[in-house]
Design a protein around this ligand. Structure first.
Ligand SMILES: Cc1ncc(COP(=O)(O)O)c(C=O)c1O
Length: 408
């Protein structure tokens, strides 16, 4: 059967990303992996989940195993509306739709807003899953560089002016403002304010994807763009994946009720409803207040891993290599000297059973060959110590060869 000739045009864009393909290699059991952005399975609250599930099935099993409303379980939506209101974004359950993780939120936003060829602004580098969802709907993705303080709004402003002069306006910008995947960087307040002003000036939407915001190790939380939004143009995505479990597939979207209704129509034809059991588990886990205790214990455990990875990098990596110092989340972004390629380093390190992700897959414009993402969330401390030491050795050797080549 020749499927190629039958595929819709949009299916041409649907390709597995290089990053995901490589995961298959890196996630083998004997590999010390800093590749996946997974939460640590050692930190799942197994006992609490056992208790929650037992009570849930006894008390409301008939509903937990049944279809539910497309918008999601009402109690959970009300809980989330109260949480978001407490965090500075006043809203009601009508502003919330439950999604199968925030990944589905990205897909639904793209489905609802993107026509083929529409401009969507993304971060450079940006989160692969978000970039892919946007691409699947045939958007023209334009990327704007990120530095330690988040996306460069000055460069964005210049790009918007240029686009405007060509008669083009982006439909939306996709941002991960807190402890970004992949760089770990956080957008500062001044840039968030400027971003809102640019969105108003050029009339585009802001998609604020915040799965890591609660995993903050130090410093004050920066106000969300949604909390400063005065005209409903910020669509906020939240998730229980990093604060509880990604396996339950429960995330949420906060937006104006009119948009939530449109998204619900799009979602209905995709999956009818999100996971009923997962939603009720998340509700019990969160509404009992247990989640706060759990998140504060996660923060101290992930912080210990971040501190360890940073100090191992300091000890083992060559002087010409630089990396970010994230104040939360799961990721450290490493930059090699120009001209060195992270893919080559990765091929060598895989031979010695150590893995990370080379950075090129997080760019939509072919850049980033000398960058790499390291996740400190999943690997146990002894693996961090051993794996980073091995990488340091490989890097030192590569660096000698690189310098020789440069001076030759
Ligand atoms: C920035 C970002 N957004 C969204 C997701 C998807 O999360 P979820 O499990 O809620 O779909 C991830 C997962 O790694 C992520 O890093």
């Amino acid at each position: 059967m020749n499927f190629e000739q039958l595929y819709a045009d949009r299916a041409q864009c649907m390709k597995t990303s290089a990053v995901r393909e490589f995961f298959k290699l890196t996630e083998q059991p004997d590999v010390m992996s800093f590749a996946g952005g997974f939460p640590s399975a050692d930190f799942f609250p197994m006992e609490k989940v056992t208790e929650v599930l037992r009570d849930l099935i006894a008390e409301e099993g008939k509903f937990a195993l049944q279809y539910g409303p497309t918008e999601g379980n009402l109690e959970l939506r009300q809980y989330l509306a109260e949480k978001m209101t407490r965090e500075g974004s006043p809203c009601t359950a009508e502003h919330i739709i439950i999604t199968n993780g925030s990944q589905q939120g990205m897909d639904l936003i793209s489905k609802v807003f993107v026509n083929p060829g529409d401009v969507v602004i993304v971060e450079e580098p940006g989160y692969v899953g978000g970039l892919g969802a946007i691409y699947n709907y045939e958007a023209d993705r334009i990327s704007i560089p990120v530095d330690d303080d988040g996306i460069r709004v000055d460069l964005l402003a210049a790009r918007l002016r240029k686009l405007h002069s060509e008669g083009r306006t982006p439909k939306f910008i996709y941002l991960v403002p807190n402890f970004q995947n992949p760089t770990g960087c956080t957008m500062n307040l001044a840039r968030r304010i400027k971003m809102l002003a640019l969105a108003r000036e050029y009339n585009f939407l802001i998609v604020e994807d915040n799965p890591y915001g609660e995993i903050r190790f130090e410093g004050q939380a920066v106000q969300s763009m949604r909390s400063m939004d005065t005209d409903g143009r910020v669509i906020y995505l939240g998730s229980f994946s990093k604060t509880f479990s990604p396996g339950i597939r429960v995330g949420w979207m906060l937006a104006e009720p009119e948009l939530i209704q449109k998204v619900a129509c799009a979602k209905g034809s995709t999956d009818l409803c999100s996971n009923s059991l997962g939603q009720r588990m998340a509700y019990r886990f969160a509404a009992s207040g247990y989640i706060e205790l759990h998140v504060s214990s996660l923060i101290s455990r992930y912080k210990a891993r971040r501190d360890l990875m940073l100090s191992c990098m300091e000890k083992n990596f060559p002087a010409d290599v630089t990396w970010t110092h994230p104040k939360g989340g799961f990721f450290i972004w490493v930059t090699l000297p120009d001209g060195m390629t992270a893919r080559q380093l990765l091929l060598k390190s895989i031979e010695r059973k150590v893995a990370f992700v080379d950075g090129a897959g997080f760019f939509v414009n072919g850049k980033g060959e000398n960058t790499a993402r390291f996740s400190f969330s999943e690997a146990a401390p002894d693996k961090i110590i051993e794996g980073i030491a091995i990488l340091g050795e490989i890097m030192q050797a590569e660096m000698v060869a690189y310098k020789k080549e440069k001076t030759a």
